[in-house]
Design a protein around this ligand. Sequence first.
Ligand code: FES
Length: 214
Amino acid sequence: NFALGMTLGLALFLIGAGAVHWARTLMSDHEIPAERHPIEADDEVRADVIEQFRTGAAESGFGRRKMIRNTLIGSMALVPLSGVVLLRDLGPLPEDKLEHTGWEEATDAKPLQLINMNTNQPMKAEDIITGSLTFAMPEGLSTHDEDFQQRIAKDALMLVRIAPENIKDDKSKEKGFEGILAYSKICTHVGCPISLYEQQTHHALCPCHQSTFD
Ligand code: FES
């Protein structure tokens, strides 16, 4: 990954440097009017070019040298395979892992405690004040875990507390606890963590591309 990143970065830098050099040294700053002329060559010139092309092809024997022709076609057909190597480098397919979160481990017999992501302490309902936005993760998850990033990318929660009479959606009213509502912190657009909450309008905002959730 490091080598890919470095070479990609270097390649983009050199393309940029080339473009700047091109603009500075090769392109004139002065406006130069150029009269239009027909782009198409006349029939005689075109016939001449086609004739030369045919003669060249016949003289090179390309059409008859099947091995050269076939290996050229074969090598061009193999070019897309390099894309497979690049795609494989993205890692194994996620299968159905993205459809499950750590919260599914909670059962009635063994509920999962919510851990405040800022203080790393278990949360109590009275800690969550009306109008606030708090972030939580399931107990048992530690920043020292090897797979912490993968798990938190699915398990992060945002908790808001709204005065119950201000909750308009019946389902939320039913599922919440004394106005405390929990949602995934992961934006449904391309997965940035949502981090802003507007307590007057009860809108949560994703800073990446300004998606707003009611
Ligand atoms: S990822 Fe949230 S708006 Fe794009």
